[in-house]
Design a protein around this ligand. Structure first.
Ligand code: GLU
Length: 408
Protein backbone atom coordinates (compact mmCIF):
# COMPACT_ATOMS: atom_id res chain seq x y z
CA UNK A 1 0.00 0.00 0.00
CA UNK A 2 2.47 2.63 1.19
CA UNK A 3 4.73 2.13 -1.77
CA UNK A 4 6.62 5.03 -3.31
CA UNK A 5 8.12 4.70 -6.76
CA UNK A 6 11.58 3.22 -7.23
CA UNK A 7 12.54 6.56 -8.66
CA UNK A 8 11.83 8.50 -5.48
CA UNK A 9 13.16 5.71 -3.26
CA UNK A 10 16.45 5.84 -5.16
CA UNK A 11 17.30 9.40 -4.14
CA UNK A 12 18.12 10.98 -0.82
CA UNK A 13 16.59 14.06 0.74
CA UNK A 14 18.57 17.18 -0.25
CA UNK A 15 21.39 17.34 2.33
CA UNK A 16 21.53 21.13 2.31
CA UNK A 17 17.83 21.41 3.04
CA UNK A 18 17.95 18.56 5.57
CA UNK A 19 20.71 20.22 7.63
CA UNK A 20 18.91 23.56 7.45
CA UNK A 21 15.75 21.85 8.73
CA UNK A 22 17.71 20.28 11.60
CA UNK A 23 19.15 23.70 12.51
CA UNK A 24 15.62 25.16 12.50
CA UNK A 25 14.41 22.36 14.73
CA UNK A 26 17.20 23.06 17.26
CA UNK A 27 16.34 26.77 17.13
CA UNK A 28 12.67 26.04 17.76
CA UNK A 29 13.76 24.27 20.95
CA UNK A 30 15.41 27.50 22.06
CA UNK A 31 18.97 26.39 21.23
CA UNK A 32 21.19 29.12 19.88
CA UNK A 33 22.29 27.44 16.64
CA UNK A 34 24.45 29.28 14.13
CA UNK A 35 23.26 28.04 10.78
CA UNK A 36 26.06 27.84 8.23
CA UNK A 37 24.45 25.03 6.30
CA UNK A 38 22.14 26.63 3.78
CA UNK A 39 23.71 28.65 0.98
CA UNK A 40 21.49 31.63 1.44
CA UNK A 41 22.47 35.32 1.51
CA UNK A 42 21.80 36.86 4.92
CA UNK A 43 21.11 40.18 3.18
CA UNK A 44 17.63 41.41 2.34
CA UNK A 45 16.50 41.76 -1.27
CA UNK A 46 17.51 45.29 -2.41
CA UNK A 47 14.74 47.89 -1.95
CA UNK A 48 14.29 48.80 -5.62
CA UNK A 49 13.54 45.15 -6.42
CA UNK A 50 10.95 44.88 -3.65
CA UNK A 51 9.39 48.16 -4.80
CA UNK A 52 9.00 46.78 -8.32
CA UNK A 53 7.17 43.75 -6.92
CA UNK A 54 4.85 45.93 -4.83
CA UNK A 55 4.13 48.09 -7.84
CA UNK A 56 3.36 45.01 -9.92
CA UNK A 57 0.76 43.95 -7.37
CA UNK A 58 -0.77 47.43 -7.21
CA UNK A 59 -0.86 47.77 -11.01
CA UNK A 60 -3.34 44.92 -11.03
CA UNK A 61 -1.99 43.72 -14.36
CA UNK A 62 0.01 40.73 -13.22
CA UNK A 63 -2.60 38.39 -11.79
CA UNK A 64 -2.87 35.98 -14.72
CA UNK A 65 -0.70 33.11 -15.96
CA UNK A 66 2.46 34.47 -17.53
CA UNK A 67 3.81 32.75 -20.69
CA UNK A 68 5.42 29.44 -19.64
CA UNK A 69 8.97 30.51 -20.55
CA UNK A 70 8.61 33.88 -18.79
CA UNK A 71 7.53 37.39 -19.74
CA UNK A 72 8.97 38.52 -23.05
CA UNK A 73 10.61 41.65 -21.59
CA UNK A 74 12.34 39.62 -18.87
CA UNK A 75 13.64 37.11 -21.40
CA UNK A 76 14.85 39.96 -23.61
CA UNK A 77 16.57 41.61 -20.63
CA UNK A 78 18.33 38.35 -19.72
CA UNK A 79 19.43 37.87 -23.34
CA UNK A 80 20.68 41.48 -23.46
CA UNK A 81 22.67 40.94 -20.26
CA UNK A 82 24.35 37.88 -21.77
CA UNK A 83 25.14 39.77 -24.98
CA UNK A 84 26.57 42.74 -23.14
CA UNK A 85 28.30 41.23 -20.12
CA UNK A 86 29.10 37.67 -21.13
CA UNK A 87 29.64 38.03 -24.84
CA UNK A 88 27.11 35.31 -25.75
CA UNK A 89 24.58 36.21 -28.48
CA UNK A 90 21.49 34.81 -26.77
CA UNK A 91 18.07 36.06 -27.85
CA UNK A 92 14.77 35.88 -25.96
CA UNK A 93 13.97 32.61 -27.78
CA UNK A 94 16.95 31.01 -26.01
CA UNK A 95 15.75 31.86 -22.50
CA UNK A 96 13.40 29.89 -20.21
CA UNK A 97 12.64 31.35 -16.78
CA UNK A 98 11.83 28.80 -14.06
CA UNK A 99 11.13 28.37 -10.35
CA UNK A 100 14.75 28.62 -9.33
CA UNK A 101 17.88 27.34 -11.05
CA UNK A 102 17.13 23.91 -9.57
CA UNK A 103 14.05 23.59 -11.77
CA UNK A 104 16.03 24.96 -14.70
CA UNK A 105 18.52 22.12 -14.31
CA UNK A 106 15.74 19.55 -13.91
CA UNK A 107 13.96 20.84 -17.04
CA UNK A 108 17.15 20.46 -19.04
CA UNK A 109 18.03 17.00 -17.71
CA UNK A 110 14.52 15.68 -18.33
CA UNK A 111 14.60 17.16 -21.82
CA UNK A 112 17.95 15.62 -22.77
CA UNK A 113 18.61 12.44 -20.84
CA UNK A 114 17.27 9.02 -21.77
CA UNK A 115 17.51 6.10 -19.34
CA UNK A 116 21.09 4.83 -19.41
CA UNK A 117 22.61 8.05 -20.79
CA UNK A 118 25.65 9.20 -18.86
CA UNK A 119 26.17 12.66 -17.42
CA UNK A 120 29.66 13.57 -16.31
CA UNK A 121 29.52 15.48 -13.03
CA UNK A 122 32.56 17.46 -11.90
CA UNK A 123 33.02 16.55 -8.27
CA UNK A 124 32.76 18.05 -5.66
CA UNK A 125 29.37 19.01 -7.04
CA UNK A 126 26.20 20.66 -5.85
CA UNK A 127 24.00 18.04 -4.16
CA UNK A 128 21.06 18.09 -6.54
CA UNK A 129 23.01 17.42 -9.77
CA UNK A 130 23.47 13.80 -8.81
CA UNK A 131 19.87 13.31 -7.65
CA UNK A 132 18.35 15.00 -10.70
CA UNK A 133 20.37 12.85 -13.11
CA UNK A 134 19.26 9.73 -11.27
CA UNK A 135 15.62 10.88 -11.37
CA UNK A 136 15.87 10.94 -15.16
CA UNK A 137 17.24 7.37 -14.96
CA UNK A 138 20.48 8.63 -16.40
CA UNK A 139 23.79 7.64 -14.88
CA UNK A 140 25.95 10.24 -13.14
CA UNK A 141 29.66 9.69 -13.76
CA UNK A 142 31.67 11.49 -11.12
CA UNK A 143 35.13 12.88 -11.86
CA UNK A 144 37.01 14.12 -8.83
CA UNK A 145 38.97 17.33 -8.64
CA UNK A 146 41.68 17.22 -5.99
CA UNK A 147 42.10 19.78 -3.23
CA UNK A 148 45.66 20.33 -4.54
CA UNK A 149 44.17 21.55 -7.85
CA UNK A 150 41.70 23.74 -6.00
CA UNK A 151 39.16 20.92 -6.47
CA UNK A 152 39.02 21.60 -10.21
CA UNK A 153 38.59 18.77 -12.69
CA UNK A 154 41.00 19.02 -15.63
CA UNK A 155 40.27 18.62 -19.32
CA UNK A 156 42.48 15.51 -19.36
CA UNK A 157 40.39 13.93 -16.60
CA UNK A 158 37.22 14.76 -18.49
CA UNK A 159 38.52 13.23 -21.67
CA UNK A 160 39.19 9.91 -19.93
CA UNK A 161 35.59 9.37 -18.80
CA UNK A 162 33.77 10.29 -22.01
CA UNK A 163 32.27 7.24 -23.66
CA UNK A 164 29.63 6.41 -26.27
CA UNK A 165 26.81 6.97 -23.75
CA UNK A 166 27.99 10.36 -22.47
CA UNK A 167 25.35 12.95 -23.27
CA UNK A 168 26.31 15.90 -21.09
CA UNK A 169 28.78 17.34 -18.60
CA UNK A 170 27.69 19.49 -15.66
CA UNK A 171 29.70 21.78 -13.39
CA UNK A 172 29.39 25.10 -11.57
CA UNK A 173 31.86 27.97 -11.66
CA UNK A 174 32.15 29.66 -9.19
CA UNK A 175 31.62 26.27 -7.63
CA UNK A 176 29.19 25.24 -4.96
CA UNK A 177 30.61 23.75 -2.65
CA UNK A 178 34.31 24.59 -3.20
CA UNK A 179 34.28 28.23 -4.29
CA UNK A 180 36.67 27.41 -7.13
CA UNK A 181 36.54 29.38 -10.38
CA UNK A 182 37.70 27.96 -13.70
CA UNK A 183 40.14 30.19 -15.56
CA UNK A 184 39.78 31.06 -19.22
CA UNK A 185 42.51 28.59 -20.16
CA UNK A 186 40.89 25.78 -18.16
CA UNK A 187 37.53 26.43 -19.83
CA UNK A 188 39.14 26.56 -23.26
CA UNK A 189 40.73 23.16 -22.62
CA UNK A 190 37.41 21.71 -21.47
CA UNK A 191 35.65 23.22 -24.50
CA UNK A 192 38.24 21.62 -26.79
CA UNK A 193 37.43 18.19 -25.33
CA UNK A 194 33.66 18.75 -25.66
CA UNK A 195 34.01 19.85 -29.28
CA UNK A 196 35.80 16.61 -30.17
CA UNK A 197 32.57 14.68 -29.44
CA UNK A 198 29.79 15.59 -31.78
CA UNK A 199 26.73 15.09 -29.55
CA UNK A 200 28.20 16.16 -26.25
CA UNK A 201 26.64 19.09 -24.36
CA UNK A 202 27.81 21.08 -21.39
CA UNK A 203 25.59 22.40 -18.62
CA UNK A 204 27.37 25.40 -17.12
CA UNK A 205 25.88 26.52 -13.82
CA UNK A 206 26.73 30.21 -13.38
CA UNK A 207 24.39 30.94 -10.47
CA UNK A 208 27.32 32.40 -8.44
CA UNK A 209 28.47 34.55 -11.34
CA UNK A 210 28.29 37.79 -9.36
CA UNK A 211 30.06 36.44 -6.31
CA UNK A 212 33.44 36.02 -7.93
CA UNK A 213 36.53 37.61 -6.39
CA UNK A 214 38.92 36.43 -9.11
CA UNK A 215 37.86 38.82 -11.86
CA UNK A 216 38.00 35.77 -14.12
CA UNK A 217 34.31 35.11 -14.84
CA UNK A 218 33.83 33.62 -18.26
CA UNK A 219 30.83 31.90 -19.80
CA UNK A 220 31.94 28.77 -21.62
CA UNK A 221 29.13 29.45 -24.14
CA UNK A 222 31.13 32.49 -25.34
CA UNK A 223 34.04 30.35 -26.58
CA UNK A 224 34.23 29.54 -30.31
CA UNK A 225 31.89 26.70 -31.28
CA UNK A 226 30.36 26.44 -27.80
CA UNK A 227 27.10 28.36 -28.27
CA UNK A 228 25.47 25.28 -29.79
CA UNK A 229 26.91 22.96 -27.16
CA UNK A 230 26.14 24.84 -23.95
CA UNK A 231 23.20 25.21 -21.63
CA UNK A 232 23.94 28.12 -19.34
CA UNK A 233 22.12 28.07 -15.99
CA UNK A 234 21.72 31.18 -13.88
CA UNK A 235 19.28 32.87 -11.54
CA UNK A 236 18.60 35.73 -9.19
CA UNK A 237 18.83 34.03 -5.78
CA UNK A 238 22.48 34.55 -4.95
CA UNK A 239 23.54 37.75 -6.71
CA UNK A 240 20.44 39.72 -5.71
CA UNK A 241 19.62 38.02 -2.38
CA UNK A 242 16.36 36.66 -3.80
CA UNK A 243 16.38 33.00 -2.71
CA UNK A 244 12.71 33.00 -1.71
CA UNK A 245 11.50 34.62 -4.92
CA UNK A 246 12.46 31.49 -6.86
CA UNK A 247 13.65 32.85 -10.19
CA UNK A 248 16.17 30.87 -12.19
CA UNK A 249 16.70 30.53 -15.92
CA UNK A 250 18.50 28.74 -18.69
CA UNK A 251 20.02 30.22 -21.80
CA UNK A 252 20.41 27.51 -24.43
CA UNK A 253 20.17 26.65 -28.12
CA UNK A 254 16.53 27.08 -29.18
CA UNK A 255 15.78 23.35 -29.53
CA UNK A 256 16.83 22.79 -25.91
CA UNK A 257 14.97 25.88 -24.67
CA UNK A 258 11.89 24.55 -26.48
CA UNK A 259 12.29 21.19 -24.72
CA UNK A 260 12.63 22.87 -21.32
CA UNK A 261 9.60 25.03 -22.08
CA UNK A 262 7.53 21.94 -22.92
CA UNK A 263 8.68 20.18 -19.75
CA UNK A 264 7.87 23.16 -17.58
CA UNK A 265 4.49 23.59 -19.28
CA UNK A 266 3.50 20.15 -18.00
CA UNK A 267 4.95 20.50 -14.52
CA UNK A 268 4.62 23.99 -13.09
CA UNK A 269 3.77 26.44 -15.89
CA UNK A 270 5.52 29.76 -15.55
CA UNK A 271 7.32 31.24 -12.59
CA UNK A 272 5.25 33.57 -10.38
CA UNK A 273 4.26 36.79 -12.15
CA UNK A 274 5.29 39.05 -9.26
CA UNK A 275 8.68 37.35 -8.86
CA UNK A 276 9.30 37.89 -12.56
CA UNK A 277 8.57 41.62 -12.23
CA UNK A 278 11.03 41.72 -9.33
CA UNK A 279 13.61 39.87 -11.44
CA UNK A 280 13.12 42.33 -14.28
CA UNK A 281 13.87 45.21 -11.90
CA UNK A 282 16.94 43.35 -10.67
CA UNK A 283 18.46 42.68 -14.06
CA UNK A 284 17.72 46.11 -15.52
CA UNK A 285 18.36 48.11 -12.34
CA UNK A 286 21.17 49.36 -10.17
CA UNK A 287 23.89 46.76 -9.60
CA UNK A 288 25.40 48.72 -6.66
CA UNK A 289 23.62 46.70 -3.91
CA UNK A 290 24.99 43.48 -5.43
CA UNK A 291 28.51 44.89 -5.50
CA UNK A 292 28.17 45.92 -1.87
CA UNK A 293 27.13 42.40 -0.87
CA UNK A 294 30.05 40.95 -2.79
CA UNK A 295 32.47 43.19 -0.90
CA UNK A 296 30.99 41.89 2.36
CA UNK A 297 31.43 38.31 1.20
CA UNK A 298 35.01 39.07 0.29
CA UNK A 299 35.71 40.36 3.82
CA UNK A 300 34.06 37.33 5.34
CA UNK A 301 36.10 35.00 3.19
CA UNK A 302 39.27 36.48 4.72
CA UNK A 303 37.89 36.16 8.24
CA UNK A 304 36.84 32.54 7.84
CA UNK A 305 40.03 31.56 6.02
CA UNK A 306 42.20 33.02 8.80
CA UNK A 307 40.14 31.29 11.50
CA UNK A 308 40.10 27.95 9.69
CA UNK A 309 43.88 28.03 9.40
CA UNK A 310 44.06 28.25 13.20
CA UNK A 311 42.26 24.92 13.62
CA UNK A 312 44.76 22.05 13.71
CA UNK A 313 44.15 19.27 11.20
CA UNK A 314 41.75 21.23 8.99
CA UNK A 315 42.86 21.63 5.38
CA UNK A 316 41.12 24.35 3.36
CA UNK A 317 41.53 25.73 -0.14
CA UNK A 318 41.24 29.46 -0.73
CA UNK A 319 37.94 29.95 -2.57
CA UNK A 320 37.72 32.44 -5.43
CA UNK A 321 33.95 32.80 -5.50
CA UNK A 322 30.52 31.75 -4.17
CA UNK A 323 30.26 31.87 -0.36
CA UNK A 324 31.49 28.50 0.79
CA UNK A 325 34.52 26.81 2.27
CA UNK A 326 34.90 23.09 1.78
CA UNK A 327 37.62 22.04 4.22
CA UNK A 328 38.98 18.53 4.60
CA UNK A 329 38.29 17.48 8.20
CA UNK A 330 39.18 13.81 7.85
CA UNK A 331 41.97 14.06 10.44
CA UNK A 332 39.20 14.06 13.05
CA UNK A 333 37.63 10.81 11.90
CA UNK A 334 38.30 8.08 14.47
CA UNK A 335 38.95 10.62 17.22
CA UNK A 336 36.92 10.62 20.39
CA UNK A 337 35.84 12.87 23.27
CA UNK A 338 35.90 9.84 25.55
CA UNK A 339 32.26 9.01 24.93
CA UNK A 340 31.70 9.42 21.24
CA UNK A 341 34.05 8.51 18.40
CA UNK A 342 33.66 10.50 15.17
CA UNK A 343 32.91 8.07 12.36
CA UNK A 344 32.79 10.28 9.29
CA UNK A 345 31.76 13.72 8.06
CA UNK A 346 28.01 13.03 8.54
CA UNK A 347 28.76 12.12 12.12
CA UNK A 348 31.06 15.12 12.59
CA UNK A 349 28.35 17.50 11.37
CA UNK A 350 25.82 16.02 13.78
CA UNK A 351 28.40 16.20 16.56
CA UNK A 352 29.12 19.87 15.81
CA UNK A 353 25.41 20.64 15.71
CA UNK A 354 24.92 18.92 19.03
CA UNK A 355 27.99 20.17 20.89
CA UNK A 356 28.96 23.44 19.19
CA UNK A 357 25.47 24.37 18.00
CA UNK A 358 26.83 25.10 14.55
CA UNK A 359 25.16 23.63 11.51
CA UNK A 360 27.29 22.60 8.48
CA UNK A 361 26.65 20.19 5.62
CA UNK A 362 28.55 16.87 5.34
CA UNK A 363 30.84 16.66 2.32
CA UNK A 364 29.60 13.25 1.18
CA UNK A 365 26.48 14.90 -0.22
CA UNK A 366 28.76 16.92 -2.49
CA UNK A 367 30.92 13.97 -3.48
CA UNK A 368 33.76 14.26 -0.96
CA UNK A 369 33.17 12.50 2.34
CA UNK A 370 36.42 13.89 3.80
CA UNK A 371 35.03 17.42 3.80
CA UNK A 372 32.31 19.59 5.29
CA UNK A 373 30.70 22.62 3.67
CA UNK A 374 30.64 25.91 5.54
CA UNK A 375 28.48 28.70 4.14
CA UNK A 376 29.83 32.13 5.02
CA UNK A 377 26.67 33.93 3.97
CA UNK A 378 26.24 34.92 7.61
CA UNK A 379 27.16 37.97 9.69
CA UNK A 380 30.79 38.53 10.76
CA UNK A 381 29.83 38.07 14.39
CA UNK A 382 28.10 34.77 13.72
CA UNK A 383 31.03 33.57 11.64
CA UNK A 384 33.58 34.45 14.33
CA UNK A 385 31.48 32.84 17.04
CA UNK A 386 30.81 29.73 14.93
CA UNK A 387 34.48 29.22 14.10
CA UNK A 388 35.40 29.69 17.76
CA UNK A 389 32.87 27.06 18.79
CA UNK A 390 34.04 24.65 16.10
CA UNK A 391 37.66 25.07 17.13
CA UNK A 392 36.87 24.52 20.80
CA UNK A 393 34.73 21.48 20.14
CA UNK A 394 37.26 19.88 17.82
CA UNK A 395 40.03 20.46 20.35
CA UNK A 396 38.19 18.09 22.70
CA UNK A 397 38.57 15.22 20.23
CA UNK A 398 41.58 12.98 20.78
CA UNK A 399 42.85 9.81 19.27
CA UNK A 400 41.22 7.12 21.41
CA UNK A 401 43.08 4.60 23.57
CA UNK A 402 42.61 1.61 21.27
CA UNK A 403 44.00 3.54 18.32
CA UNK A 404 46.92 4.87 20.32
CA UNK A 405 47.77 1.30 21.25
CA UNK A 406 47.65 0.23 17.60
CA UNK A 407 49.87 3.14 16.57
CA UNK A 408 52.33 2.36 19.41
N1 GLU B 1 21.86 26.17 -3.36
C1 GLU B 1 21.80 26.38 -1.96
C2 GLU B 1 22.74 25.48 -1.24
O1 GLU B 1 23.50 24.77 -1.85
C3 GLU B 1 20.40 26.31 -1.48
C4 GLU B 1 19.87 25.00 -1.01
C5 GLU B 1 19.57 24.04 -2.09
O2 GLU B 1 18.66 24.30 -2.86
O3 GLU B 1 20.26 23.04 -2.13
O4 GLU B 1 22.78 25.50 -0.04
Amino acid sequence: MNRLSNRIESIEESATLAMAAKAREYKSRGIDVINLSLGEPDFKTPAHICEAAKKAIDDGKYFAYPPVAGYQDLREAIAAKYQKENNVPYKAENIVVSNGAKQSIANVMFSLINPGDEVVVFSPYWVSYDAIVRLTEGKPVMVNGSIENDFKVTAAQLEKVIGPKTRAVIFSSPCNPTGSVFSKKELQDIAAVVLKHKDLLIIADEIYEHINFSGDQLSIASLPGMFDRTITVNGFAKGYAMTGWRVGYIAAPKWIADGANKMQGQLTSANSSISQRAAFAAITGDIAPTLKMVEEYRKRREIVYALLKEIPGVKANYPQGAFYFFPDVSSYFGKSDGQHTIKDSDDLCLYLLDKAHVSLVPGGAFGDPNCVRISYAASENDLKEALKRIKETLSGLKQNQAQRAVVA
